[in-house]
Write a protein that binds this ligand. Sequence first.
Ligand code: ZN
Length: 566
Amino acid sequence: MKFKAYPYERPDMVNIQKKIVGIIEKIKKASNSEEVLESMAEINRIRKTFETMAALASIRYTQNTNDVFYENEKEAIDEMAPDFESLVNQYFRSIIASPYLDRIEEYYGKHFLALINVKLKAFDDSIIDELKEEGKLMQAYTKLRTSAKIFFEGEVRNLPQMGPFYESQDKNIRRAAHLATSKFFNDNLNAFDELYDKMVKVRHRMAQKMGFENYIPLGYLRLMRTDYNAEDVARYRSQVKQELIPLTSMLREKQRQRLGLSKLAFADEGITFLSGNAKPIGTADEILAKGLEMYHALSAETATFIDFLYDRELLDVEAREGKAGGGYCSFIHDHKSPFIFSNFNGTSGDVDVLTHEAGHAFQIFQSRDYELPDFVWPTLEACEIHSMSMEFMTWPYMEKFFGDKADKYRYHHLTEALLFIPYGTLVDEFQHEIYANPDLTPAERRAKWRSLERVYLPHRDYEDDSFLESGGYWFRQGHIFTDPFYYIDYTLAQVCAFQFHMANQKHHESAWERYLKLCQLGGSQSFLSLVKSSELDNPFEEGTIKKIVAPLAEWLKAQNDQAFNS
Ligand code: ZN
């Protein structure tokens, strides 16, 4: 069956509630452990079907935000989700209270119980109204963002369609493109400020209702972080400041020299080479065809995976009017199907979709048979290890996409990955400040952002873009609105992906084996256990970043980066 034919039906909450409440009763009255396990299997099926419908509604809405049917369905499911979550929590409580807990732990493993505990701590019926409000605010945010109609270079464009202009060879076009984007955000300043303020306050209210001082610990619990806390992350940020910022400052300086500029302004940051960034060759269909070849060549497992994806048409990659921005990978449980969504725009980012998002999809495909819906994906920082490592595992195939510019692509990819970490860490520190001080005014928030930029991105120069100079850059970063505290996960994963990269350069077979094992473990272990199981160094441990950065800096130094200008 092709994705288009996957049937959608709005979940019937009355019926679902009756069923789940009945099953919980059975669990409570069970006279042996096998009865409990049978009931759990039944709930797992109900959860998977609910999540299937939620995924279908959400995917189809983002494919066409003008589709009123799926807009309504997504809204209806967002409205139901907290009630559903509440039912699942009642079920979790019945598990924790079961006299057969030992047998459950033996059958599903320790990590399942750790996940239940963290979910129970992250949710309470008293915050259902706040969760619903948060859902509505996030939907309003997506709508406002996708409403962008930026008239630029003779055409009306949305935000993702502005992307290629930031990499234009013409410095005036780059500047004008950023100014046009800033104008969109500045024209809607009050609307964005108001939405964000409401989001921060509703999250703070949830935390206080549940007895937390502020949203930070609740945010961590909602991300199901079972084995590290805000102090670990703060220490990690110190490692980044100490070990990485000197290297990224050096990379920006090299970039300035390579571009032959007297100073590197923000609008120049998007261009790595005077001769332009490497661009993929061919149409979207041709790029997809090369992706197929690449995964057939990489391994037997990736070959099976990519055939499944293409045969069922589980990708939607072309930018269209009305399509939501960004890219993601989703999973449709009842069809054991990953789904890849993106907006191709002619830059090397299009190839990243086939490596990064396909890395997510590959992992989920490897763990599609877990009975527990909770084990299909791990927590988000671990998820990004799969995707970011796949970007490096596929390095040897980049000639397919970039021809003789493949080295240029690889140089760009690695420098961007390094440059990203201080930025991602800045986003994280900003959010800690925001939620520790929920009463900051919008102007104070912007000032805070700008002052943190001076720490993490000391080279940054916005020239005459007064919106960005006043601290508005973070409006571009959707995660800050919709996924609090998630962003640091990308940097933690990057630190792990660098390790797979170096291992892969040394010995492909053993690196691939470890990577495959990590993917197959899915979400059956916590982040730090997965790190350990795949023989990676723990990013929180003092010294890890220093150790990883050194060989990468060596590799970069060995490249004749001036030569990329030819
Ligand atoms: Zn990702």
